[in-house]
Design a protein around this ligand. Sequence first.
Ligand SMILES: [Zn+2]
Length: 585
Amino acid sequence: MKDATWDLSVFYKGFDDPAFRADIDSVSGILSEIGTALDADMNDVQKLEKLIALDEKLVNVISSAFGFVQLTLSVESENMEALKYLDELSNMMVGVQLVVSRITRYVGGIENLNDVIHTSELLSKHRFIIEEMKESFDHMLPPDMEKWMLRMSLDGADAFSKLRDRLMGSHTVELNGENLPLPAVRGMANDADPAVRKSAYEAELASYKKVETSMAYCLGCIKGQAITMCEIKKYPDNLIQQLTESRMDKETLDAMLTAIKEALPDFRRYLKKKAELLGHKNGLPFYDLFAPIGESVKKYTADEAHELLVKVFTEVSPEMGAFIDHAFENRWIDMYPREGKAGGAFCAGFHDKKLSRVLTNFVGSFSDVSTIAHELGHAWHNKCLESMPVLMTEAPMPLAETASIFNETLLSHIVKSNADENTRFTLLESSLMESTQTIVDILSRFIFESNVFEARKTHIPTANELNQMMLDAQNESYGDGLDPDFRHPSMWVCKSHYYSPGLHFYNFPYAFGHLFGLGVFEKYLKEGASFLPKYNQLLASCGSGKIADVALSVGIDVRSADYWRSALNVIRKEVDEFIELCDRK
Ligand SMILES: [Zn+2]
């Protein structure tokens, strides 16, 4: 690996690069061109073709300018220039949103839309998103209110969400006489020393007392605005709105939840076994959910991670292996943690530039290598989408994790099958620890959020109420797998997903993504290399259909609980193997 920081010069030379200013300034020009086209006296085919072309231009310019600012901020959180541009771009987005709404209203008013699309090659290529605009026409804000509502939201849900980020960004935890940043203390959940894990958990819970009233207001006001918006947009409830906007139907969600609830006893078997191994009698305390078990697996340098990933993926497909090598060699990845850099990991794709950028915080564990595999899965997904028009490349959240989970599962499958029994045990445990989060914890978050929406219809729930709702949700989901005396009542304070003004129930997509990725991987195991072209085609089509239709293209029926049962069966087998290895030890 040549350089462990990413190269952003492919966007602009810097904020003083004239091309950067020119791109920002071009947005208002494109918006007025769209306005002119909407008012022009043209037939619907010509007008719609013109609008699609302009929209495409708009999306590319915004993604470059926004991308450059956001990527810069993700590695330099205090870059004042970037923060200033972020504000400028956010304000500009209100104007963009209003113009997009005008296009949607125009499309909604075309009566013979099918004939219009049919007569044009360009429009036929964009059929799905044009029809989607027509459907969303029924759920638009009234035109005379829209501008005012968007502006009021800047001081409403958007402001509460920013307040949440400020409160949590500067939140510290007092531990052993020191004030530590929250992520550092939460990270101690992985510590090998049980005393450290327990005291970090106790200190974390105690620290929330100073912010929980403010956070309860943030949550209550964001959800309150969402309820009002949902009513104005004429959706039956917030869950249906979120599902519709995620291109998913209730039948699919219900099928998945049915199978998940049936599988809870298996997860609890795993949790109770882990509790037993750690010497607990009453189920696993929350502070030991992430406790490392087994011998620690080998540590990796960046070069070793690079080598391993290229080797594993080349065996599956030389094209995938070469792609991973290209990403490492061409500075697509910002690898190591440093001050001012965001935690966690993500991948951002840039369609017109045919490239992605990946942020990780690599410290050399196997899980860090797996994270790179995950993020490069997203990058591979972006590559498969290159063949599609940019307006057809936005995968809904539940499908967005398909390639990343596929990559993670593949890596762990190959490494596990070549490992000795001790390493295999450790890898199995860490895989179950993760599945428990994406399935069992996610279910508790779904239950919690449903109950918050219900309560918010009558009042802003207090911190005490929210704490109790979280304990109840964890009880329903983890059951006797978790020690009732040591749960985590404040999970609603520390998880940012509840506070997004425009996205709600940002939890079921994780369970969907995890299980769907597993199911796709099982298909690969069964069908072998002949499945790969279908797989790449599936990835390419993620932004051009409803979820159930996209899944059917590779023979997966997501509306059937049996499909979800078969994906969960993969995890059940891991639980069986884990328990068997424990008993043998
Ligand atoms: Zn991901």
